[in-house]
Design a protein around this ligand. Structure first.
Ligand SMILES: Cc1ncc(COP(=O)(O)O)c(C=O)c1O
Length: 469
């Protein structure tokens, strides 16, 4: 995947990622907005002609003209009588963003895990689906809907989960929620009402799970994760009767829950009359053509599976779904009712249209290719600059873990990288109660271009080297 940079002025660079087709205009507009807002392009500054910029970037002139027109309509740019396009004089810009003369680094490269490619939000498809939803909406669709969610979306989600995740559910088992975060909160509160006291969380794990469990009035207990996933013997040694897991791509280690561990977990659940809460947050993105089905499909009566569009479309939508055992679904829907009377109905209908139309699958196919290319950029950059690092967790999703050479101080490395405008995320913050483990960094690459990935690794390459004895 080629990444292209173009000199716009001696001080400004525009970065476009050609691997993602159909979004170059959106990328160009976003890059220009960022440059203007940050002050890298100053009020009154003249932009190159659309012909020149198009030639520099290898884009069509119409696409550049269209982007200029869009930004003019938004008030960022003005077209002057002589035909030149300039940054609008009325804009308020950051006064601190201009780097000191000679500074080589001006943009922060953030390897934050869990962030999808925000430039690739399928805006056109979403607009289309939303338009369809509004056009087809009945009077009833505009009123208060069923707290469990739109019957149509629940039908679509149940069949999607069967088709893509090998899950086993009917629409009566589905409760639509506002993303995974709300889904897990609703589930935990219902469990507490029904007598659960202790819930296991993965260690290392998603930092907010402990808070979620406590927030529901339950006691969290950490259970270690090894190269095969959660350690079931350790789970058995706790008093937990429920466990929250990320089987498809563990957060943060990236390991996929091994088949024998899945079987062991099912045995644990039977012995304990326990429940597994399956966080299915980024399962859409696997790279080796060996899709791993959901745990839910193996034991629908023992698993609450929670899906979300936060990684597949964008976190802003706050849309997710709970597939619950039949004995729990009504209580979860009731909790949803108490909580907010239901998720935005038009959003639900739009998501149903998006999935039914095949546009959702097409978007996922495009994104899988885009993330696969970014993943290659990361592995190649590390191979070039730090071949001794062990990189794991790359089978799925868009984060991986680089285990650091022994003796490297993880916190000091993260701080030193930050001084070079590279945000690395140390493994320590994912460890529950500060349990120990080898120094490592979690490298998210979803929202970075291949160029940024390579630049970021190059900027910190010397910090990643083994320390001389
Ligand atoms: C492992 C994991 N689960 C769940 C979520 C949250 O999902 P949502 O935005 O649907 O609440 C995140 C967000 O980053 C995550 O990393």
């Amino acid at each position: 995947m080629a990444v292209e940079w173009s000199g716009l002025t001696p001080e400004i660079m525009l970065q476009l990622d050609r691997g993602i087709r159909g979004t170059l205009g959106i990328q160009l507009q976003a890059a220009l907005r960022t440059a203007i807002r940050s002050g890298r392009l100053r009020a009154g500054e003249r932009l190159p002609s659309s012909r020149k910029l198009a030639a520099d970037l290898g884009l069509s002139r119409g696409l550049v003209q269209g982007s200029y027109e869009q930004l003019a309509a938004e008030g960022y740019l003005t077209a002057t009588a002589g035909g030149a396009t300039r940054v609008a004089l009325t804009l308020r810009q950051s006064t601190t963003a201009r780097p000191p003369a000679g500074a080589a680094v001006d943009t922060v490269i953030d390897f934050s895990p869990g962030r999808p490619d925000l430039n690739s939000f399928p805006a056109r498809d979403w607009l289309w689906a939303y338009g369809e939803a509004i056009r087809a909406a009945s009077r009833r669709d505009i009123g208060y809907g069923e707290p469990a969610g739109s019957p149509r979306l629940r039908e679509v989600l149940a069949s999607y989960a069967q088709r893509v995740r090998a899950a086993s559910a009917g629409s009566a088992d589905v409760v639509v929620c506002n993303g995974f975060t709300q889904g897990v909160g609703l589930t935990l509160r219902v469990l507490r009402e029904q007598g659960t006291t202790t819930v296991a969380v993965e260690d290392p794990g998603h930092g907010e799970m402990t808070m979620q469990v406590r927030g529901a009035g339950l006691r969290p207990v950490p259970v270690p994760v090894d190269a095969h996933g959660v350690v079931v013997d350790a789970l058995r040694a706790t008093a937990a009767t429920a466990v929250i897991l990320t089987p498809a791509h563990q957060t943060p280690t990236g390991v996929v829950l091994a088949p024998e561990r899945r079987q062991e977990l099912l045995r644990w659940a039977d012995e304990r009359d326990g429940l597994m809460i399956e966080d299915d947050y980024d399962s859409e993105f696997r790279y080796d053509r060996r899709p791993v089905g959901a745990l839910q499909g193996l034991a629908p009566d023992r698993v609450v599976m929670i899906g979300t569009v936060s990684k597949s479309l964008g976190p802003t939508l706050r849309l997710g779904w709970i597939l619950a055992p039949r004995r729990l679904a009504p209580a979860i829907a009731e909790e949803k009712h108490r909580n907010d009377w239901g998720t935005n109905g038009l959003d639900q209908l739009a998501l149903a249209r998006l999935v039914e139309s095949g546009r959702y699958d097409a978007h996922l196919r495009r994104m899988r290719r885009a993330y696969a290319a970014k993943r290659i950029a990361l592995t190649e950059a590390l191979r070039q600059h730090a071949p001794h690092l062990r990189l794991t967790g790359l089978d799925a999703g868009f984060h991986a873990v680089a285990t650091l050479p022994e003796g490297v101080d993880e916190a000091a490395l993260v701080a030193a990288a930050a001084r070079r405008a590279v945000r690395l995320h140390g493994m320590r913050r994912y460890r529950v109660h500060g349990t120990s483990g080898p120094p490592a960094v979690v490298l998210g690459f979803g929202d970075l271009s291949a160029y940024a990935i390579r630049s970021g690794i190059a900027r910190v390459a010397d910090l990643l080297q083994p320390r001389p004895d």
